[in-house]
Design a binder for this molecule. Sequence first.
Ligand code: 5AD
Length: 345
Amino acid sequence: MRQWVDKLRKERTLRPEEFRQLLTECDGELLRYINEQAQEVSLRHFGNRIFIRGLIEVSNCCRNNCYYCGIRKGNPNLERYRLTAKSILDCCKQGYELGFRTFVLQGGEDPVLTDERIESIVSAIHRNYPDCAITLSLGEKPCEAYERFFQAGANRYLLRHETYDKSHYRQLHPEGMSCGHRLQCLQDLKEIGYQTGTGIMVGSPGQTVEHLIQDILFIEQFRPEMIGIGPFLPHRNTPFAQSPCGTVEQTILLLSIFRLMHPSALIPATTALATLTPDGRERGILAGANVVMPNLSPQEERKKYNLYNNKASLGAESAEGLRILQQQLENIGYQISFDRGDYKQ
Ligand code: 5AD
């Protein structure tokens, strides 16, 4: 089986049957091997530097009702919030002082956060911090809206496709949402000129190895600049409350597969992975990840942005905890990079 790992590193792709074997028959020893190979590729491309992005969770109001997500419209047991423009700018100010040069505005598809409001917030951040990258993660919007945000100064957009398989997409999302529309949005973002990120949850309910192979092949042909991979974690107020978590092993296996296929991609060690296991961030980095996204949101709102239960938001997950993060990275031989860290081929 090592031969598939070596081939993946060399040729950056495998045949579907080879991916299948890697995904179904990977034991502990092979996992260590692929993680090492992926880490080496990451070190070659980026050195021992990990990019940091300041995550600002701008709203937990959402018009959608995705079955896996804790901030779904149908969850009545959630205190909803929306940051004001001033509060978002305060987060940026704090983040800038801490050394962040990328701000990620993430939120539900909140109808009150109109395109005009988002545009004006992006403009203000761009005006105040012209040396910073602005990443948006605000879901599906009309192409014109994406264009306006881009004109206002946004550089990057994160929109996970969640699953490439149409019927699996149906299992995860209610009527009215479609895989086709999600993919159209991704195409629009790319054509406008955004550095575009996509990705999946590992171990989402109903996910099969065949689905994962389709996701790998879709990402291979789409060539995103950023790839977000985290474990599925159940939330108690969703229809998937009883579903099991994705595993650490499967998550870091996929991280490594993506690193070997996309040597220069920006791949975060996600909060979900750090929530699943205390050493998740380190294990993600040692499997090829090269980005972490500490939380810059106001303290009181962090626990309300609950996509899944027990979200890690303290210590190294928080922007104030940069020193803790720095220490954790040092322990595994890495350092924080304060660069913007734009995608470079
Ligand atoms: N577990 C893990 N990840 C989740 N997301 C949403 N809900 C969950 C969950 N229960 C992920 C989705 C989304 C991103 C912002 O968070 O993949 O795209």
